[in-house]
Write a protein that binds this ligand. Structure first.
Ligand SMILES: *[C@@H]1O[C@H](CO)[C@@H](O)[C@H](O)[C@H]1NC(C)=O
Length: 216
């Protein structure tokens, strides 16, 4: 009987570890073995004796992203996909370029808090709190050197509030923060969400929904 409880205890402990996001590393590092056949929460480690500086580095964040697109911004991510040595470390970063008045549309990172600093230009930024306590908009205009935090999971956005280019550097509390752009997820899913369901959700008619869906 005691052994049953022991097994149950081990199971509960294992589950609580595997359910936690970006669990604390149990070794110096775990450079992702991108060819590994093992599926874990993250990526399997390659032999630490084979780790090299290139597993921990990335070059090119001084280069502007191409903002010639419908939103006028470009994110250059530096996550575990670019740096395999980030695996299990719970951190990543990105550069965001904005054309004049370009936007980074409302989106959420399901696995990360984000901290942003403006290194060029002026940015209007904001996030919206959860339904409780009432979808408050928390917004601010940032100048060069200003820092702003977007709490984990909350819908947030940025806009270049100037006639010149703007650049931000962000850090995120996950090796793989994930991105869900609200408009793309709601109006651009494949297959599409039923237009009458969206019409009722957005308190409008199906014609309007069909028109918006046709843009994605
Ligand atoms: C930027 O992207 C646009 C649209 O895809 C493309 O036409 C243009 O050549 C790109 N510019 C550079 C410098 O890569």
């Amino acid at each position: 009987m005691a052994s049953h409880f022991l097994v149950l205890g081990i199971l509960v402990a294992t589950c609580s570890v595997s359910l936690a996001s970006d669990p604390s590393p149990l070794q110096d590092f775990c450079v992702a073995d991108t060819n590994g056949p093992v599926l874990v929460n993250g990526l399997a480690c390659k032999d630490p004796k084979l780790a090299q500086a290139s597993d921990f580095s990335f070059s090119g964040l001084h280069l502007p992203g191409n903002t010639s697109n419908p939103v006028g911004s470009k994110v250059t991510p530096v996550t575990v996909a670019q740096i395999p040595g980030l695996n299990t470390l719970g951190i990543s970063m990105a550069r965001i370029d904005f054309a004049p008045w370009g936007i980074n549309p409302p989106h959420t990172h399901p696995r990360a808090t984000e901290i942003l600093t403006v290194i060029e230009g002026t940015l209007e930024v904001g996030f919206v709190t959860s339904n409780q306590p009432g979808n408050s908009l928390i917004t601010k205009t940032l100048q060069m050197g200003d820092v702003f935090v977007f709490p984990k999971g909350l819908v947030h956005f940025q806009r270049n509030a100037g006639n010149g280019d703007a650049v931000a550097i962000v850090a995120l509390s996950s090796q793989n923060p994930g991105v869900i752009t609200v408009a793309n997820a709601v109006f651009g899913s494949k297959p599409a969400i039923a237009d009458d369901l969206l019409a009722r959700s957005f308190r409008t008619d199906t014609k309007t929904i069909d028109w918006i869906q046709s843009k994605f």
